[in-house]
Design a protein around this ligand. Structure first.
Ligand SMILES: Cc1cc2nc3c(=O)[nH]c(=O)nc-3n(C[C@H](O)[C@H](O)[C@H](O)COP(=O)(O)OP(=O)(O)OC[C@H]3O[C@@H](n4cnc5c(N)ncnc54)[C@H](O)[C@@H]3O)c2cc1C
Length: 336
C-alpha cells in the first residue's frame, strides 16, 4: 500500500498493490483528469514531485522517454513504488469535465422488458468519456435534434456506456431503437452533461426513481459500491406493474450484499397476475410514508416530469432542505 498526495489540492489517498494511481483515485472519489485510460492520450499527464513510479509496459506509452525522465507521469498507467507526491489537476466540479462529441458503436442490445431496451455503446479505441455518476449523454440525430439518456454504468466501469431506453410510441429516436437499430450500428453522442451527480457527503440517501429513472441511480449506487461507502441508501422505484421493474433482481441483490441498503418497489397499477403484496400508489407518497421527516436526508430523484414536480412540492413540506434535493426530470427534447 502506498500513499499518493496530489498538489496543489493537498488531497491524498491510498493505492493498493498493483493498482494504478488513477484507478485508486477514482475509487476514493478523487477525480483526476483522464481520457483514454490506456496510456495513449496524455490527458492524465501529471508531474512527479516526489517518489518513484513504475509501468507494466513502458514501451507502449504514448509519451517520450525523455518526458518521463523529466518527471512526467501518466496516472492511468503508473503504479507507485512507495509514497509519491504528484502535481495534478483534480476535477472538483462538472465545469472541469470536458464535453466531447464522439462516434459510438452499438455493441450490445438486450430487451429488459416490453418497452425498455438495454443498450451498450463502445467508443473508438483509446477514447473514454470522463463523467460523474448520474450524468447523461445526448444522442445527436441526423436532423440536428438531440435526445438525452442517462448513463447507467458507474464511472469506474466505463469500457462500455450502458443506457436504459424506454420506448416512447411515435417517438423519433426510440421507435428507431426498438424497430430498426441493430448491434454494430454507429451513433453520435455528446457527453458528459447534467448536474444530477453524486455530491460528496455522508448523509443517508433516498433515491426516488420512476421507470428508466433507475438508470442514473444504478450508476450512483454502483459508484458508491466501488467506494465502499457506508452511507445508508434507500431506493424507491416507482413503476406501473411488476414487469416495468425491468431490473428488479439487481436492487434485490444489493439488499443481500450491501449493508445499509434498502429497496422499496412501488406499483401504481399492479396487474392481477402480479399478486402484489408490496407498496402501491405514487412513489413520492411511499417515500414520505416511510420518511415523514426528511430533514437529515439527501434525496436523488429521477424520472418522469410529473413525479419530479410532485417531489419538489411535497418533500420540503416534510423537512427536506431544497438544496438537498437533486433531480433529473426526463423531459422530451424540444422540437427543432
Ligand atoms: C436529462 C435527461 C435524461 C434522460 N434519461 C433517460 C433515460 O435514461 N432513459 C429513458 O428512457 N429516457 C430518458 N430521458 C427521456 C428521453 O430523452 C426521451 O424519452 C426521448 O428523448 C424520447 O425520444 P424520441 O425521439 O423517441 O421521442 P420524441 O420524438 O421526442 O417524441 C416523443 C413523443 O412525445 C411527444 N412529445 C414530444 N415533445 C412533447 C412535449 N413537449 N410534450 C408532450 N409530448 C411531447 C411526441 O409527439 C411523441 O409522441 C431523459 C431525458 C432527459 C432530459
Amino acid at each position: 500500500m502506498a500513499k499518493v498526495t496530489i498538489q496543489p489540492s493537498g488531497k491524498s489517498f491510498q493505492v493498493e498493490a498493483d493498482e494504478t494511481i488513477l484507478d485508486a483515485a477514482l475509487r476514493q472519489d478523487v477525480v483526476l483528469a483522464y481520457g483514454c485510460r490506456s496510456g495513449q492520450c496524455g490527458t492524465c499527464k501529471s508531474g512527479l514531485l516526489q517518489g518513484e513510479v513504475t509501468y507494466d509496459d513502458p514501451d507502449s506509452l504514448g509519451i517520450d522517454a525523455a518526458e518521463l525522465a523529466a518527471g512526467a507521469v501518466l496516472t492511468c498507467q503508473a503504479k507507485p513504488l512507495g509514497d509519491v507526491v504528484i502535481e495534478a489537476r483534480t476535477v472538483d466540479a462538472v465545469a472541469d469535465l470536458e464535453v466531447r462529441t464522439l462516434p459510438a458503436r452499438v455493441r450490445r442490445m438486450r430487451k429488459f422488458s416490453d418497452d425498455v431496451m438495454g443498450v451498450w455503446l463502445q467508443l473508438p479505441a483509446n477514447q473514454r468519456i470522463q463523467f460523474l455518476a448520474g450524468m447523461y449523454l445526448e444522442i445527436l440525430l441526423k436532423n440536428g435534434e438531440t435526445r438525452a439518456f442517462s448513463m447507467a454504468n458507474a464511472p469506474e466501469d466505463d469500457e462500455l456506456i450502458e443506457l436504459h431506453i424506454r420506448h416512447v410510441p411515435g417517438g423519433l429516436f426510440t421507435d428507431h431503437v426498438f424497430n430498426k437499430m441493430r448491434e454494430k450500428d454507429l451513433l453520435k453522442i455528446r457527453a458528459p452533461l447534467g448536474t444530477f451527480f453524486l455530491r460528496d457527503d455522508d448523509r443517508p440517501i433516498v433515491f426516488m426513481v420512476g421507470g428508466t429513472g433507475f438508470a442514473p441511480a444504478k450508476s450512483i449506487i454502483e459508484h458508491l459500491i466501488h467506494q465502499q461507502s457506508a452511507r445508508p441508501l434507500h431506493l424507491f422505484w416507482g413503476a406501473r406493474a411488476a414487469s416495468d421493474l425491468y431490473l428488479d433482481e439487481l436492487p434485490r441483490q444489493w439488499t443481500e450484499t450491501l449493508p445499509g441498503f434498502e429497496y422499496t418497489p412501488v406499483l401504481s397499477e399492479p396487474d392481477d397476475k402480479d399478486d402484489w403484496k408490496g407498496e402501491t400508489g405514487w412513489v413520492h407518497e411511499a417515500v414520505v410514508r416511510r420518511y415523514p421527516d426528511l430533514a437529515h436526508h439527501d434525496v436523488y430523484a429521477c424520472g418522469p416530469p410529473p413525479m419530479i414536480e410532485a417531489a419538489r412540492k411535497l418533500f420540503p413540506e416534510h423537512g427536506l432542505n431544497e438544496d438537498r434535493l437533486f433531480f433529473d426530470s426526463f423531459e422530451f427534447a424540444p422540437k427543432k
